[in-house]
Design a protein around this ligand. Structure first.
Ligand code: ATP
Length: 580
């Protein structure tokens, strides 16, 4: 089914609202038709020399129709907004849910500005089609049919001309679809590209300024804005030509109708009142047609965006959940983790990010993963969280393949402190409660205290209610990391992953956090990824990765004695020439 047909399914989801809107639309048309008929009557009364009282009566009825229409139009407009909010919300939820299920691997290859344009502006542009065009075409079918039948009964020749003209008005705009849609697709692409570049420039503002590249980026943005402007003008031109053609077509049809009706009256086939009826009703047929054409043009952007939206809806999930997934085996004591000859390569990544890696982490152990940058440590975490599935090999937790677990259940049992802490626009308390929404204030505060975050939070203007900017823009790297640790403490999951957990904090905070982490790891199975090798000397086991392969395994002392990769890393760190 094409994008149009699929969009209609969303209209079906709000069918009662559409039905009510059509009803109001028909009522509005009825006021137009009523007014036209009354005016026709008034004009014919003038011709036969009727009294002023008669004419005034008709004019009063016409005036009442005008007021009633004004009221109904207002009701319909506000109702349209409610409908629009409902249907757009429904589509946004569907897309958002799908993107979440597609997971990080999907977004890795996308520009965030592009996805943002699609989900926000793209869905916004569906409103004219879903909320205006579709109800209008149903309304026109009903009222057009009624007027057509009425006029055909008055005079079938003139009535037939009006019906043919109305059909042409619906069909003709479709003939320009190939031309206009090409132009709109280009328009949308240049808009999405401009948006993506803008978001990119905003996010990388500090880098641009540090490298004095703001001007170059500004010129690039200006060029793209110009291209977008040109495309917008081209679209408007197409739209105006099309609307102009429609206006000419409807005017010609109305004039021919009235001329033929006048001629047939003159030769005595139809009465004079019929000419007046044709005169006014022909105009009433043209008006909703012009509206329809308008809605059609406004719908075009949405219709081209819809294809892109449905590409997301149709995208196959790479991470598929089992039909009746396991939701219990992770509750059986502390988890053990086993990687069995796991191989994994990212899409477009070329060589495997981890190659034939076997790990054996016993329940309650604290193990460390170390290795040079790019050796595959974070990839192991990504696989454990099922952001990706291994190309070969198996990952077992508590002896069960992680593919057999419900993804939500699996992820609820793992607390991670990522290298790059993501904080959302909102209060500190809200950001912490993400880990456990039902946590009361005391529990939130206790977690922050344990993570060494309480003091700096209290020093902020509104304490836990302080709003932190997007991505925690108003906090230092170390502060963000302590909030991330507090989140992990709040989550209270049996498997804890600390990815470079203390890399962003000063020596004093690090000592404090180390103490917290020691108590935190006591009743958990913990995987620590650390470049500061001093912090993992007491780990039960250290796995050393080297160029995607597992190079060495052992305790700190055993590995030092091996005088291999680990000993080199420790040596390099001692000499103070960086982490590697
Ligand atoms: N999303 C991705 N797409 C493609 N390749 C990736 C992706 N993420 C990581 N890689 C590649 O996979 C390899 C392993 O990366 P990984 O992030 O696991 O290393 P790491 O040991 O955690 O490095 P670091 O200590 O610098 O964080 C690297 O070669 C990296 O370039």
């Amino acid at each position: 089914m094409g994008a149009y047909g699929r969009l209609l399914r969303y209209v079906a989801a709000i069918r009662s609202e559409v039905a009510l809107k059509v009803l109001i639309g028909v009522a509005i048309s009825a006021t137009y038709i009523g007014q036209a008929l009354v005016m026709a009557k008034a004009v014919s009364v003038v011709f036969v020399g009727g009294s002023v009282a008669d004419i005034s009566r008709y004019l009063v009825i016409a005036l009442m129709a005008v007021f009633l229409r004004g009221y109904l139009t207002r009701v319909m407009e506000s109702y349209s907004k409610v409908m629009a909010a409902k249907v757009k919300n429904k589509i946004r939820l569907t897309i958002f849910d799908k993107i979440l299920r597609l997971g990080p691997s999907y977004l890795n290859n996308k520009r965030s500005g592009r996805v943002q344009s699609l989900v926000l502006d793209g869905i916004e542009s569906l409103e004219p089609f879903l909320v205006y065009y579709v109800p209008q075409i149903i309304t026109i079918s009903i009222t057009g049919l009624a007027i057509g039948i009425y006029l055909t009964l008055l005079d079938w020749v003139t009535g037939a001309i009006i019906i043919v003209a109305m059909l042409l008005c619906v069909i003709v705009p479709y003939l320009t679809v190939p031309l206009v849609s090409r132009s709109i697709v280009t328009y949308w692409s240049s808009y999405a590209m401009l948006n993506a570049q803008y978001v990119d420039a905003m996010q990388g503002m500090t880098t641009l300024q540090a490298f004095k590249a703001s001007r170059v980026k500004g010129v690039e943005l200006a060029d793209n804005a110009l291209a977008f402007y040109r495309q917008a003008i081209r679209n408007t031109t197409f739209s105006l030509i099309d609307s102009g053609l429609m206006m000419i077509l409807t005017s010609i049809a109305a004039s021919i109708t009235v001329a033929i009706a006048a001629f047939r009256t003159d030769i005595g086939i139809i009465p004079i009142i019929a000419v007046s009826a044709f005169l006014f009703l022909a105009v009433e047929c043209a008006r909703p047609m012009a509206d329809l054409n308008n809605y059609w043009h406004n719908s075009f952007l949405g219709l081209s965006v819809a294809k892109e939206l449905f590409e997301i809806v149709d995208k196959n999930l790479e991470i598929i959940e089992k039909e009746e997934p396991d939701r219990t085996s992770l509750d059986l004591g502390l988890p053990s983790v086993h990687f069995s000859e796991v191989i994994f390569a990212y899409h477009g990544g070329g060589k495997p990010a981890i190659n034939n890696v076997t790990l054996d982490i016993k329940a309650g152990e604290t193990v460390a993963l170390v290795g040079r940058s790019g050796s595959g440590k974070s990839t192991i975490v990504n696989l454990l969280l099922r952001f990706y599935d291994p190309s070969q090999g198996k990952i077992l937790i508590n002896g069960v393949d992680i593919k057999d677990y419900s993804i939500e259940y699996l992820q609820s049992k793992i607390a991670v402190v990522f290298q790059d802490t993501y904080l959302f626009q909102g209060t500190i308390a809200e950001n912490l409660r993400m880990a456990r929404p039902d946590a009361d204030d005391n529990t939130v505060m206790a977690a922050a205290k344990s993570a060494g975050a309480h003091d700096f939070i209290m020093a902020l203007s509104d304490g836990y209610q302080t709003i932190i900017g997007e991505r925690g823009a108003t906090l230092s790297g170390g502060e963000k990391q302590r909030l991330a640790i507090a989140r992990a403490i709040l989550k209270d999951a049996p498997l804890l992953i600390l990815d470079e957990a203390t890399s962003n904090v000063d020596a004093k905070s690090e000592a404090l956090i180390q103490k917290t982490l020691e108590s935190l790891t006591r009743n958990r199975t913990t995987i620590i990824i650390a470049h500061r090798l001093s912090t993992i000397q007491h780990a039960d086991k250290i796995y050393v990765l080297d160029e995607s392969n597992l190079a060495e395994t052992g305790t700190h002392h055993e590995l030092l004695q091996l005088k291999g990769v680990y000993a080199d890393l420790v040596d390099a760190q001692r000499r103070g020439d960086g982490h590697e």
